[in-house]
Design a protein around this ligand. Structure first.
Ligand code: UDX
Length: 431
């Protein structure tokens, strides 16, 4: 029997399942709850509801310590720390929708035996409001910094662990600290509001870095510079750092778009106008559209043209298409009168739901055969392995817009392509 504290997890989305499976791997007995019976039954059979590298192995290896339920009483029995991992999607106004968090708190209010550990991203001030509403409950903020596609690795090797607790809840915070102790990483023990702000500020800063380099890329195109060289030269300054300086067609996913608008809204609700974040959001929206201009430059018009999209997920190694650039791009291409055919190695099921008017191909080569142009939307490694000279022969016109600066311009040019990327000089077969 492990001496690790048993835990409960509420909400088996991506954060909830990674948290549950990783703490089970570390030796805790874990009960994870979701209201969706089908999801719970699939998990009991060992099936993960999404694709995440390493997850299937974790579920298999920890079957004995990992239990899935729809029954709240099973979750509460003998467990002090309950991780709240429910979704907090943005509302139309940009505020975070906290209805699922509220339901969890309602289920626990009156309990002095339990501590709610907030993993869901919530606006600063949420913890204080919950403590006023359910004063007997212990409350700890422990924001999530996992990246999709490397979540298991990120969990097991965190840069830092942030634990925010206010007076009276130190016991629960100590217990949480003990759970995370074997993982190493800097520990930031702070108050609840600061912990909440750390999460929003970190994601907003990373999004700002991306929009900044995207604007630099747009200027590089005008002055004939290469943004990858510029980013390399900038990033070697330790104060800047080289990560999150990859120019492209914008950030997507379940966190950055949501957290940036939540922080902007949170500031707005206090009467503070967060100017910088408005621009970060606007640049990100405009960046997705630049591909259209690049295609028109080479094809004159998109009416009746067949355009292949390579990759649909918001980044590689995930089937997640939330806020993916592919969604905006497909809609705009169709709006301009183009026929869109797409290929993604793992997102086919989600794509058939979200992009019903897009033809889905079984391979990148099949998507590009007969196409007037292709757009690389997601940098899946397999796109680096294609025989581009063969692909060029199969296209109606070999034009490729690389929205992630993933391919080598010279290789594409030698293969006969007119190759455009983001913030790098255009390569044409004659150049
Ligand atoms: C992000 C945060 O990194 C993570 O800490 C937080 O917990 C959740 O949000 P994630 O959404 O999984 O993680 O993806 P991430 O790898 O950070 O990429 C987000 C988006 O930014 C992707 O669309 C990616 O293509 C884009 N990106 C990233 C760039 O365009 N340029 C870069 O340099 C880096």
């Amino acid at each position: 029997m492990s001496d690790r504290e048993p835990i409960g997890v509420v909400g088996i989305g991506w954060v909830g399942l990674v948290t549950a499976a990783c703490f089970a791997e570390l030796g805790s007995d874990v009960v994870a709850l979701d209201i969706l019976t089908d999801k719970v039954e699939a998990l009991r059979r060992g099936e993960a509801p999404f694709y995440e590298p390493g997850m299937a192995e974790l579920l298999e290896r920890n079957r004995d310590r990992l239990h899935f339920t729809t029954d709240m009483s099973e979750l509460l029995e003998g467990r002090r720390l309950l991780f709240c991992c429910v979704d907090t999607p943005p509302t139309y106004s940009g505020d975070a929708d906290l209805s699922r968090v509220d339901a969890v708190v309602s289920g626990l209010s009156g309990s002095s035996e339990h501590a709610l550990v907030m993993k869901s991203t919530v606006p600063a001030g949420t913890g204080a409001a919950i403590c006023r509403r359910a004063p007997e409950l212990s409350y700890v903020s422990c924001p999530e910094f996992l990246k999709e596609g490397t979540a298991v690795q990120d969990f097991m090797h965190p840069d830092r662990v942030v634990i925010g607790a206010d007076a009276g809840d130190e016991g629960a915070a100590d217990a949480l600290e003990a759970l995370y102790a074997p993982l190493g990483g800097e520990l930031v023990r702070t108050d609840v509001s600061s912990a909440e702000m750390i999460k929003l500020a970190a994601n907003a800063f990373l999004a700002t870095k991306i929009s900044f380099i995207n604007e630099i890329a747009n200027v590089c195109e005008e002055v004939g510079a290469d943004v990858t060289e510029v980013a390399r030269g900038m990033g070697l300054d330790k104060r800047i750092g080289s990560s999150f300086l990859r120019a492209g067609i914008g950030y997507g996913g379940s966190c950055f778009p949501k957290d940036v608008s939540a922080l902007k809204q949170l500031a707005g609700n206090t009467g503070y106008h967060f100017q910088l974040l408005n621009s970060v959001i606007e640049v990100n929206e405009l960046q997705k559209r630049r591909v259209i201009g690049k295609l028109v430059k080479h094809l004159d018009t998109l009416v009746g043209k067949r355009i292949a999209l390579l990759g649909l997920s918001f980044k590689p190694d995930t089937d997640d298409m939330r806020e993916a650039s592919s969604l905006v791009l497909a809609a705009r291409l169709q709006g301009e009168g183009a026929e869109v055919v797409a290929y993604d190695p793992v997102s086919e099921d989600r794509a058939s739901e979200l992009l019903p008017a897009v033809t889905l191909a079984d391979s990148a080569v099949e998507a590009m055969a007969g196409a007037d142009a292709a757009v690389l939307v997601t940098e899946w490694p397999e796109f680096g392995e294609l025989e581009w000279a063969e692909v060029a022969k199969q296209m109606a016109s070999p034009v490729l817009v690389d929205g992630r600066n993933f391919l080598d311009p010279k290789t594409l040019r030698d293969a006969g392509f007119t190759y455009e990327s983001i913030g790098r000089p255009t390569a044409t077969p004659s150049s």
